[in-house]
Design a binder for this molecule. Structure first.
Ligand SMILES: [Zn+2]
Length: 85
């Protein structure tokens, strides 16, 4: 566990040094986001739109779904970032 004193989120891809001020949680930077397959990015986009519209009313299992999908995006970004020569 690495506790950082900064409030900047770091890109989830190892060795990527990009950070953002916008979120305090995890983040995938603009270099690595495009590596994720379009279909998955679309699913994420839908999820975010739904969250913006409904907020906490988005659904009982919304949180679990959010993190499950986020996990998948993260894995995809990390794997592809490592696999690119
Ligand atoms: Zn990155």
């Amino acid at each position: 566990m690495t506790a950082t004193s900064t409030d900047r989120a770091r890109c989830v891809v190892p060795f990527c040094r990009r950070t953002t001020k916008r979120f305090k949680a995890e983040w995938i930077c603009g270099n690595h986001w495009p590596l994720i397959p379009k279909a998955q990015r679309r699913v994420w986009g839908r999820l975010r739109k739904r969250w913006r519209r409904y907020g906490p009313e988005a659904g009982v299992h919304f949180d679990a779904r959010w993190w499950r999908i986020w996990d998948r995006l993260k894995r995809e970004a990390i794997e592809r970032a490592a696999g690119i020569s």
